[in-house]
Design a protein around this ligand. Structure first.
Ligand SMILES: O=P(O)(O)OC[C@H]1O[C@@H](O)[C@H](O)[C@@H](O)[C@@H]1O
Length: 286
């Protein structure tokens, strides 16, 4: 078992965080003086070949088991592959500290690439500052079109997931992966059971967290889906990299293009998906 090297730290006056070259995986972020916004499990694995439970895994080029339902590894190869660090810009007076990573088809273990034999170049830029801005651009470097799924599988830290409300999805249609059926959202999303939903929505989402007295805003571009995931009690117990009660302190709000909204890219073309996290104090919510 090969342990992962320590993540890189990026900081500027307005915020700081950490990111690994393994998976180009954001491990932490908080604006200066604020509590951590990005959550990582106390049981997260730390070895090459394993997915990391928490942070911001990049799901690419498929989501879960893919649209065929039988692809492995779960959520694609990007989160368990070493990305190249192309740039690291951290200046004392800058508004953000930036890391840029690159992944191409040549970097992928041939055994994992089998289900996605297409030439591509992915560039992932992360700005750590008062906001956390993550932008993933995928370019088709081959001569024929292809489709892919993608998600920035963001684990957010919350005071008590049973008390949060997620605004911005009212009226949106969603696929309920637990009930395996299409539904329509009415009002705010609350967590009252295992929750695993793929919403059709391009809108900004706000996670109101009365236990921490704050609101986390997830804004996005180039994304047709928002995934909301909380494993609740039984699924938590079944995961060996997740403590039994940790479902209370996290929720995933994922910026995505998956299932029927998979991205089509013609030869030589690119697609960019961007997610921006910010946080505000809500003293009235407490
Ligand atoms: O355990 P993994 O592969 O990291 O996935 C966690 C969850 O990720 C969510 O995005 C999926 O919708 C869930 O179905 C899945 O269980």
């Amino acid at each position: 078992m090969t342990r992962l090297p320590s993540p890189l730290t990026l900081s500027c006056p307005s915020g700081s965080g950490t990111v690994r070259t393994y998976g180009a995986h954001v491990m932490s972020w908080a604006p200066t003086g604020a509590d951590p916004v990005v959550w990582v499990s106390s049981q997260a694995k730390d070895s090459v070949g394993e997915a990391i439970r928490g942070g911001v895994p990049i799901c690419f080029p498929w989501f879960g088991p893919g649209r065929s339902g039988d692809l492995k590894p779960a959520h694609g190869f990007a989160r368990i592959t070493e990305w190249k660090l192309a740039d690291r810009i951290s200046e004392d007076d800058a508004a953000a500290a930036t890391a840029r990573f690159i992944l191409t088809h040549e970097d992928i273990d041939p055994q994992l690439r089998g289900a996605f034999p297409h030439p591509f170049r992915a560039v992932y830029t992360v700005d750590f500052g008062a906001e956390l801005i993550m932008s993933l651009t995928v370019t088709n470097t081959g001569s024929t079109a292809f489709e892919f799924e993608e998600a920035l599988h963001t684990y957010l830290s919350v005071g008590d997931s049973r008390r949060i409300s997620i605004d911005g999805l009212d009226g949106a249609r969603y696929f309920d992966k637990v009930a395996q059926q299409e539904e329509q959202q009415s009002g705010a999303v609350t967590i009252t059971d295992e929750t695993d939903r793929v919403y059709h929505s391009q809108d900004t989402v706000r996670v109101k967290d009365p236990a921490m007295g704050r609101t986390i805003t997830v804004a996005k571009e180039g994304s047709a889906n928002t995934v909301v995931w909380n494993p609740w009690t039984e699924k938590s117990k079944a995961m060996d990299d997740f403590a039994d009660a940790e479902w209370q302190s996290m929720v995933c709000v994922e910026t995505a293009n998956v299932l029927g909204d998979a991205v089509h890219v013609d030869a030589g073309k690119s697609h960019t998906m961007t997610q921006r996290l910010s946080v505000s104090r809500d003293s009235l919510l407490r």
